[in-house]
Design a protein around this ligand. Structure first.
Ligand code: ZN
Length: 129
């Protein structure tokens, strides 16, 4: 339990992949008015060949920016690490449970909105890909 909290605090204080991409292919922004969290995500993908005939898109680079509470920022930071190199289809399928598992702590419904904001923004950015 404390390990998870330390990890969240660490990501909040030292956010990974924070900032902007030089050449973002997809981007989105969203906010959570209940808490005042605001997150933007920028994504760059590349096309990979699975076999000679099938290709799929994978996340090559991702950055986030914004401001908010520790849960929203830590969730965004962890998510950017989690999805690097993953296929866009796999990222589109991520759901609430994946975020809860990633954070590893129990959340109240209000805090859950903070935790899910990053995923919401990310999936909004990827919707047209
Ligand atoms: Zn929040």
């Amino acid at each position: 339990m404390d390990l998870y909290r330390d990890n969240i605090l660490d990501h909040y204080q030292n956010p990974r992949n924070f900032g902007h991409l030089k050449a973002a292919v997809a981007k989105a922004e969203e906010n959570n008015p209940l808490c005042g969290d605001r997150i933007g995500m920028e994504v760059k993908f590349k096309v990979q060949s699975a076999t000679r005939w099938t290709k799929f898109k994978v996340i090559e680079e991702v950055k986030f920016y914004g401001e908010g509470c520790s849960i929203s920022m830590a969730s965004a930071s962890m998510l950017t690490e989690k999805i690097k190199g993953k296929s866009i289809d796999a990222v589109k399928k991520l759901a609430t449970d994946d975020i809860l598992e990633m954070l590893g702590i129990q959340l109240t419904p209000t805090r859950l909105k903070c935790a899910l904001l990053a995923l919401e923004v990310l999936q909004k950015a990827l919707v047209k890909l």
